[in-house]
Design a protein around this ligand. Structure first.
Ligand SMILES: Cc1cc2nc3c(=O)[nH]c(=O)nc-3n(C[C@H](O)[C@H](O)[C@H](O)COP(=O)(O)OP(=O)(O)OC[C@H]3O[C@@H](n4cnc5c(N)ncnc54)[C@H](O)[C@@H]3O)c2cc1C
Length: 496
């Protein structure tokens, strides 16, 4: 029996743990907050799979490649879409409930960029339901131990081989977890920006850990912004799923004009980057802070039934979406790039695997097709599990330096400065001058962090450091791109 470690308890980390444990091995899952505090729990729309009668993996493949704007890895895309129906079956077997039609078939929604109805969902809280089911399955498995409030601080890497991970565990202090295989499944890095749909745990820790260990990282400049995030002082960054636009909601400016007519013939269901750019341009043209999503022409009962979470949340704020427009802005949503992995979830370091949002599998290319990420988390974490079991390393205990922090007040200053420059200069619309400025600011913040190292361990400070290292990859990737493609749009490249 071998021992494996997964860092992160979202869908990727837990699917890996279940697959490895099913084969009779032990798994320790380290997670820095409570088990279900993960991007996975917040996913609303659903999970894409060609399971409908009028659909096929070939159509799903084509839609994914089109969204990726020529930069997907075709082999990874094929692997993803061909395994999608099995992934849905696996989730059902684990206990996930999905909405069904009267005849018992899965009810399928449609989202931007998909040529067919293929979004398997559970109302507008699919991620919550998936996380509920996998957490329960993991809790019931005797070979899996989940350690909450365990913050991974370093990978144990020697001579190109990973032997496990070091973590600071609440009430226990520093601990070493040696492993025959180590999975990074730490999710995204939305906290790099002022506005994000991601929860607070999304601090790009996996990118920081992998950077320190020297693992290959790529495509970080392809940062997806979700066009329709609630603009409201009491509820920042609450997502209004694309499925709402799929159901017929329209985007309007404050004058009531359906402005997408001026930008793209696919209107509200154009790919996310197109819609987000159109919204930025429209807000700039009109000098407004937000735009509006209009559901008022839809059947009120359908709104309450299909989007119960959104309906109830906004009602709490005094906004009746059956009668009033929803104020919305684009916000950071998903990181397409990450730790480079192959079809088996292997990173460039032996014994180290990555899956889920932290990985760059090649399936998203320059832009992620909606609802392909939960799917990617299942398919590639299970592939990583098989690879890890096929090639166990002999773990060796290694010395690692104690994690060092800056004072929290300094970390707060650095994080705010980072969020400000990334939001202003490295968001939906970029420019040569803006990227240059961002690069110099990020480097000076990294320098300031290094110069301030003297305080005792602070998770907030170390997360800030990880955000800085990830931001450096985003900015450097954006500066190196010489053409506008997918999510990367630099106004100056249009002029050349
Ligand atoms: C609001 C919202 C809506 C979305 N809707 C959809 C959708 O409809 N369909 C879709 O396909 N995708 C959707 N996504 C994207 C999708 O949810 C994520 O990409 C996916 O869930 C990522 O899963 P994951 O397991 O890789 O990471 P996560 O679910 O984010 O889990 C990461 C885990 O790592 C832990 N962690 C992080 N750093 C450390 C550390 N240093 N030490 C220990 N633990 C650590 C975190 O605490 C967390 O448990 C949505 C995302 C958001 C935010």
């Amino acid at each position: 029996m071998s021992s494996y470690v997964a860092v992160g308890s979202g869908l990727a980390g837990l699917a890996f743990a279940l697959r490895v444990a099913e084969s009779g091995h032990r798994v320790t899952v380290l997670t820095k907050a409570q088990v279900a505090e993960a991007n996975t729990s917040y996913a609303q729309g659903g999970i894409a799979a060609a399971v409908g009668e009028a659909d096929s993996w070939k159509l799903h493949e084509q839609d994914t490649l089109t969204a990726g704007a020529g930069l997907c890895d075709p082999a990874a895309v094929r692997f993803l879409v061909q395994h999608a129906p099995d992934a849905i079956d696996w989730l059902k077997a684990v206990g996930t409930r999905f909405d069904t039609e009267a005849d018992g078939d899965l009810a399928l929604g449609r989202e931007g960029g998909h040529s067919r109805h293929r979004i398997v969902h559970f109302a507008d809280r699919t991620g919550w339901e998936i996380e509920r089911a996998v957490v329960q399955a993991v809790r019931e498995h005797p070979s899996i131990e989940v350690i909450e409030h365990a913050f991974a601080t370093a990978l144990l890497v020697k001579n190109g081989v990973c032997h496990g991970v070091r973590a600071v565990v609440s009430e226990l202090g520093e601990r070493t977890y040696l492993a025959h295989g180590t999975l990074i499944a730490t999710g995204g890095g939305g906290m790099m920006y002022q506005h994000t749909t991601n929860p607070r745990v999304a601090t790009a820790d996996g990118i920081g850990l992998a950077s320190d260990a020297g693992a290959a990282i790529a495509d970080m400049e392809f940062m997806q912004f979700h066009p329709t995030t609630l603009y409201h002082p009491q509820l920042r960054s609450f997502l209004i799923t694309e499925a709402v636009r799929g159901a017929g909601a329209t985007l309007r400016n404050h004058e009531g004009r359906r402005f997408m007519y001026d930008y793209d013939p696919r209107l509200e269901l154009a790919p996310r980057d197109v819609v987000a750019r159109a919204m930025e341009a429209e807000m700039q043209r009109l000098g407004t802070w937000c735009l509006y999503l209009d559901l008022t022409h839809l059947d009120p009962e359908k709104i309450e039934h299909e989007f119960p979470t959104i309906y109830a949340k906004l009602m709490e704020l005094g906004l009746d979406i059956r009668k009033e427009w929803i104020p919305v802005v684009p916000a950071q949503h998903y990181s397409c790039g990450g730790i480079v992995t192959d079809l088996g979830g292997r990173s460039s370091i032996r014994g180290l695997y990555a899956a889920g949002e932290v990985a760059r599998t090649g399936v998203h290319g320059a832009n992620r097709l909606a609802s392909n990420s939960l799917l990617e988390a299942v398919v590639f974490s299970q592939a990583a599990a098989l690879s890890a079991m096929a090639d166990p390393v002999e773990p060796e205990s290694l010395e690692v330096a104690e994690p060092q922090s800056v004072a929290e007040s300094e970390a707060v200053r650095i994080r705010h400065a980072l969020q400000s420059i990334m939001t202003q200069r490295v968001a939906v619309v970029r420019s040569n001058e803006g990227l240059k400025q961002a690069e110099s600011t990020v480097e000076s913040l990294i320098e300031a962090y290094r110069a301030g190292l003297k305080a005792p361990f602070s998770q907030y400070a170390l997360e800030t450091r990880n955000l800085l290292l990830a931001a450096r990859h985003v900015v450097q990737g954006a500066r190196a791109r010489t053409e506008n493609v997918g999510l990367h749009y630099n106004v100056d490249l249009d002029k050349e």
